[in-house]
Design a protein around this ligand. Structure first.
Ligand code: FES
Length: 235
């Protein structure tokens, strides 16, 4: 067992446990955007950073295994500053249309901006304008709202093993794409819905028969009836 201290509380956990997992055992609410316990740690969004005494920089808690004697601070001044910067950078290339966004009330970016008091785009730089892809029968893909957490790509490849989507281009122009720049309906997508279920923002949303807000309904475990395999999801 590995002994460490998180926010002044001592805890022993099994070797290989990440700081995030250990902190959650103590009921700590470390924010995450790209983390999913079913997938390999990705370490892309950096919203989960924590301060570890003696470390040269803040560490991503979702991908850092605990070490004997670690002293971790999950909400120190430098941690909060770093998370605010991550959020400011994310919204600098994100529409601020929360008033009418289908994901309002069920959006992690919105939740964390509220938690860390981020109200506006302080950089005012260039924003990329992507065309909406509503070619799939069941969901809409709005790349303008994508934060590149990669969860949709990873569930499609690692869990569903369909490989319908991946990343294209680099840097500022990185986006989620179907190989050979095709539309979603031309891809190998089997409409399992896993990508939509894990999207933390409004980039992938279900096509609805009726208009409703997130808090007016509740998510249920359901079986996809598309192909008869019986994939399970929460929608
Ligand atoms: Fe840890 Fe994204 S949740 S880097």
């Amino acid at each position: 067992m590995i002994n460490l201290t998180i926010d002044g509380v001592k805890i022993s956990v099994e070797e290989g446990t990440t700081i995030l997992e250990a902190a959650r055992l103590l009921g700590k609410d470390i924010p995450t955007l790209c983390h999913d316990e079913r997938l390999k740690p990705h370490g892309a969004c950096r919203i989960c950073v924590v301060e570890v005494e003696g470390a040269k920089s803040l560490l991503a808690s979702c991908s850092t295994p605990v070490q004997e004697g670690m002293v971790v601070h999950t909400e120190s001044k430098s941690v909060i500053e770093a998370r605010k910067t991550v959020l400011e950078l994310l919204i600098s290339n994100h529409p601020l249309d929360c008033l009418t966004c289908e994901k309002a009330g069920d959006c992690k970016l919105q939740d964390y901006c509220y938690r860390y008091d981020i109200k506006e785009d302080k950089y005012g730089g260039e924003k990329i304008k992507y065309e909406l892809d509503d070619s799939n029968e069941f969901y809409i893909c709005d790349q303008n709202k994508c934060i590149l957490c990669g969860k949709c790509v990873r569930v499609c490849n690692e869990l569903q093993c369909t490989g319908a989507i991946g990343f294209a281009k680099r840097g500022f122009y990185t986006h989620i794409a179907v190989p050979f720049d095709r539309k979603l309906y031309e891809s190998d997508c089997v409409s399992c819905g896993n990508c939509v279920a894990v999207c933390p923002v409004g980039a992938l949303t279900v096509k609805k028969r009726d208009k409703y807000r997130a808090w007016e309904v509740k998510k249920v475990r359901t079986t996809c009836s598309y192909c008869g395999v019986g994939c399970q999801m929460y929608l």
